[in-house]
Design a protein around this ligand. Sequence first.
Ligand SMILES: [Zn+2]
Length: 199
Amino acid sequence: MFDGILADLIDELGRLPGIGPKGAQRIAFHLLSADPADVRRLVAAISRLKEKVRFCELCGNVTEDQRCRICRDPRRDPTVLCVVEEAKDVVAIERTREFRGRYHVLGGAISPIDGVGPDDLRVRELMARLAGGEVSELILATDPNLEGEATAAYLARLVKPMGLKVTRPASGLPVGGDLEYADEITLGRAFEGRRLLDV
Ligand SMILES: [Zn+2]
């Protein structure tokens, strides 16, 4: 429908998650008529993101340093480790103020349909951390949906020989949902009432 530069931009925007062809078109035309200074700020923010922001070498959370703020904080309890799918889940759990341990971000969930297996996630890194012997409780806070449950079950079986206390946030979270969309109170309660995961 369009060609050249405008078509290229619509094409690129359309690849972004949550933006369909119509949304891509709307954003492209918005940028075309926007103040050049605003557009430059947006471009600069994207460039800085790719230059400066990376994943914490220890837990996989986002950071501008080698290690994230939580891994660097000596007040965080090193004996409780909470496994989540994405860095945005860390933000959701931090908002509840219920959790004072540390995190491990997997980078997704096991999903055979999408071709995602344990080797595609930061499972090896998790096992290396657990081998350190400092962790006594592992909270499997993957999403309360099919892939999240399967991932939690897989990890629970994997770490079983290590004799850790393995827990999962209590029910009450919207089933089939995404951890990040749970409200703070619900998520906080789910953490408080976490149950032992016996496999
Ligand atoms: Zn970290």
